[in-house]
Design a binder for this molecule. Structure first.
Ligand code: C2E
Ligand code: MG
Ligand code: MG
Ligand code: MG
Length: 286
């Protein structure tokens, strides 16, 4: 009996593996296919200041596949990286945002920055910075309006190239944010050494800090980042409690489901209207 159920388990397991493998193959095929970009769209996630006013927006990619439905970026971006197709996606997103950037700015004058995620593999690319520069030229964008977010996994690549690319991107006038801080194995000191303008505390770090209540360490960490000239953004704020805590710790900006979800353009409009009526305490006025 035990042997039989053991066999069943193995069979089930390899079935699951086979299914996962097929899904990965399907995703890779779809990414390489010519119609891929037509299935992509963008969402806009509010980033707010200490009084919950809109100050910045992070652009997030969505893929609604005709055959697989909604595939989250956490699933397909790593696969795009593994087959070397990340650049075509990044450049597509950047071009869309550059195209719409001026209109966005006109509509929301309180927005100081728009953030775009790029694959950390771009920091090891020999061509990315030139392609970025030529898109900026083509759409005549105000580069200081755009933040490129890179996750700290870039700390594993060729460090000379990484530093050069980061410096060249900033040299063009763009801003750099280090994303997902607290998820990797990089030391804080190494992190602070990268040329950057902002640092985003990852949701998992926010959770750890709010659960363990090791407030003194967190406060020191925020202070250290600020001393380095970095704007500190707390990501994944999900409750009023967390909001108050990270305000108190001195974070400049916050982002998370408590403040606002990734929104379509129309939804963002409603969100902004609602948030123009915030009370001094940052509560929504009905
Ligand atoms: P990220 O850049 O760290 O983006 C934040 C992610 O956390 C988003 O997930 C957002 O919806 C989610 N998030 C923010 N606040 C909360 C919260 O309070 N609770 C919860 N549960 N989640 C929250 P999303 O949109 O699924 O994106 C996942 C990752 O995929 C991004 O992480 C980024 O690394 C990557 N990504 C997204 N868009 C792009 C893109 O256009 N290009 C590239 N290269 N990567 C992208
Ligand atoms: Mg990001
Ligand atoms: Mg992040
Ligand atoms: Mg990320």
């Amino acid at each position: 009996q035990a042997k039989k159920s053991g066999k069943n388990r193995v069979a089930k397991y390899s079935e699951t593996l086979a299914r996962q493998h097929r899904r990965m193959q399907n995703i890779e095929l779809a990414i390489k296919s010519p119609g891929f970009e037509e299935e992509l769209s963008l969402r806009y996630m509010p980033i707010v200041d200490r009084s919950r006013k809109l100050r910045s927006i992070e652009v997030l990619l969505r893929w609604e596949s005709k055959t697989m439905g909604n595939v989250p970026p956490d699933e397909f971006i790593p696969l795009a990286e593994s087959i070397g197709a990340f650049s075509k996606i990044d450049l597509w997103v950047i071009e869309q945002v550059f195209k719409g950037g001026a209109a966005l700015r006109e509509r929301y004058p309180m927005v100081k920055y728009v953030s775009i995620n790029i694959s950390s593999a771009e920091l090891n690319s020999m061509t990315f910075v030139d392609e970025l520069a030529s898109l900026a030229e083509r759409y005549r964008v105000d580069k200081g309006f755009f933040v490129l977010e890179v996750t700290e996994t870039f700390a594993t690549g060729n460090q000379e190239q990484v530093h050069e690319n980061l410096s060249r991107i900033r040299g063009l006038g763009f801003r750099i944010a280090i994303d997902d801080f607290g998820t990797g194995y990089t030391s804080v000191m190494q992190m602070l050494n990268y040329p950057a303008d902002a640092i985003k505390f990852d949701r998992s770090l926010i959770k750890r800090i709010s659960q363990q209540k090791n407030i003194a360490t967190a406060r020191a960490l925020v202070e250290l980042c600020k001393l380095q000239g970095l704007l500190v953004v707390a990501e994944g704020i999900e409750s009023a409690e967390q909001r108050n805590l990270f305000n108190e710790l001195g974070c400049s900006y916050q982002q998370g489901y408590f403040h606002g979800l990734p929104l379509s353009f129309a939804e963002l409009d409603d969100w902004v209207q609602e948030h123009e009526n915030l009370s001094e305490a940052g509560n929504l006025v009905e």
